[in-house]
Design a protein around this ligand. Structure first.
Ligand SMILES: Cc1cc2nc3c(=O)[nH]c(=O)nc-3n(C[C@H](O)[C@H](O)[C@H](O)COP(=O)(O)OP(=O)(O)OC[C@H]3O[C@@H](n4cnc5c(N)ncnc54)[C@H](O)[C@@H]3O)c2cc1C
Length: 415
């Protein structure tokens, strides 16, 4: 079934720009309601570049409801614990059980997973089975024509839609049209990342835990991925460079440059950083908080609306929440009042995602504390890490469908 619009009861033409985590999830969530959308993805094939993603209960409960639970479990690792360590001595500062004792599932009602991005994409696109997905379509222009949106693609295609959903990531074309300008900003931090076979990491303590190794101006995060936990995804973040001059996310580095911020760190950290050749640095970009998520008949979701630093591991998870919210609202009659639907969607999503965005910035400071803060500053940080489940449980406990049904304006708890 296709959603119908207002008085004419004509089928509503929904165009989703971007076949990333958000676009694919939205396609599936709409289909679960018997609704259809057409997804336009710029890439000629869905081939995720390297690295992994951590999925928390606020997203895995939704993917499970979409029938993807078993397929996801088959390619994921549940971390044993969440551990914070001193990056240099390796001392355990705080630890919280995840898989251990079934603690995380018992508390949040759904699993926490480490999964290779390519595997997640396969699960999502496999379930969608290519239906309504148009590859090789890069959106280059949008235009409002009466109640419809005219879309132009780089391959020359032109289509009309009644509703355009911008799931086109942090450098979104749809956002440019909605806001009239660029709102993406370099965070002043950059990262090195990779997926390392477990066998190359003999020094790593607690190899199946998700671990933060913290130190001055840098941290290393890693977790195991795959059904057999046979690889480790790592993500090493450093302050700087001060300015990002490359046109792209990635900038080439000199040999050994990736290690500069980790001099004197624990051997397990150095071993991980050196396990694979590192040739590139990732700039970390965020969007400034947007006043409006929609204009005319176009609305944003995921990174296009709220790209955030990855320190709560919530970019993909909140994107999945957005997709499910949009599908719920459209299915609940939103197609008959698109302006009202988009206003309600923004009201439901803006506060929560802004709060997490802000909290991720604050977490960056905490993970990179300089020695100059002294013993009492470090003790305060350690106390915060020990309170992580109490302070941040609200992120994971969130249930999108309950929120939509209750009409609550997201979780506005300060971080
Ligand atoms: C290093 C790193 C680590 C991360 N780790 C985590 C994590 O552990 N947990 C987590 O929840 N999140 C994590 N994230 C964030 C997460 O990857 C993103 O938040 C998430 O992918 C956003 O989904 P999206 O669908 O909005 O965008 P994307 O997944 O980026 O998809 C956007 C899609 O739109 C397409 N597109 C772009 N422009 C156009 C156009 N003009 N026309 C047509 N198609 C277009 C792109 O090709 C792409 O397929 C991490 C991010 C980074 C950078």
């Amino acid at each position: 079934m296709t959603p119908t619009s207002s008085a004419s009861a004509k089928p509503l033409r929904v165009a989703v720009i971007g076949g990333g985590i958000g676009g694919l999830t939205l396609g599936l969530a709409l289909r679960a309601h018997g609704l259809r959308a057409t997804i336009y993805e710029q890439a000629a094939e869905l081939a995720e570049i390297g690295a992994a993603v951590a999925l928390s209960a606020n997203a895995t409960r939704e993917l499970d409801r979409l029938g993807l639970g078993p397929a996801l479990a088959a390619v994921s690792t549940e971390p044993t614990e969440l551990i914070y360590r001193d990056g240099r001595s390796g001392a355990r500062i705080a630890a919280h059980p995840v898989r251990k004792g079934g603690a995380y599932r018992a508390r949040f009602g759904a699993p926490y997973y480490g999964v290779h991005r390519a595997d997640l994409q396969k699960v999502l696109s496999g379930a969608l089975a290519g239906e309504d997905l148009h590859l090789g379509h890069r959106l280059t222009a949008l235009d409002q024509r009466g109640d419809a949106m005219a879309l132009t693609f780089a391959n020359g295609a032109e289509v009309e839609a009644d509703l355009v959903i911008g799931g086109d990531g942090v450098r979104s074309e749809v956002r440019r049209w909605i806001t009239g300008g660029e709102t993406v900003r370099y965070s002043g931090t950059s990262a090195f990342r990779g997926v390392v076979p477990m066998g190359l990491l003999p020094s790593l303590p607690d190899p199946e835990a998700i671990q933060f190794w913290m130190g001055p101006d840098a941290h290393l995060l890693h977790y195991a991925i795959g059904r057999q936990a046979d690889s480790v995804n790592f993500f090493a973040v450093v302050e700087g460079p001060e300015r990002w001059t490359s046109e792209r996310w990635l900038a080439g580095i000199a040999p050994g440059e990736h290690r500069a911020g980790f001099s004197g760190w624990h051997p397990a950290v150095i071993e991980m950083l050196d396990a694979l050749p590192q040739t590139q640095r990732w700039g970390l970009f965020v969007t400034d908080p947007l006043r409006r998520w929609h204009r005319g008949r176009a609305v944003l979701m995921g990174d296009s609306a709220h790209a955030m630093l990855p320190h709560h591991g919530q970019g993909a998870n909140t994107t999945i929440e957005d997709a499910v919210t949009l599908a719920e609202l459209l299915a609940a009659g939103g197609a008959r009042d698109l302006d009202g639907m988009m206003r309600r969607y923004q009201a439901l999503r803006q506060t929560r995602t802004r709060t997490i965005q802000r909290s991720a910035w604050a977490t960056n400071r905490l993970l990179h504390l300089p020695d100059a803060v002294g013993p009492s500053g470090l003790a305060q940080r350690d106390a915060r890490m020990a309170r992580f489940p109490e302070d941040f449980g609200w992120i994971h406990a969130f249930d999108t469908r309950v929120t939509v049904l209750e009409g609550a304006a997201g979780d506005s708890r300060a971080a």
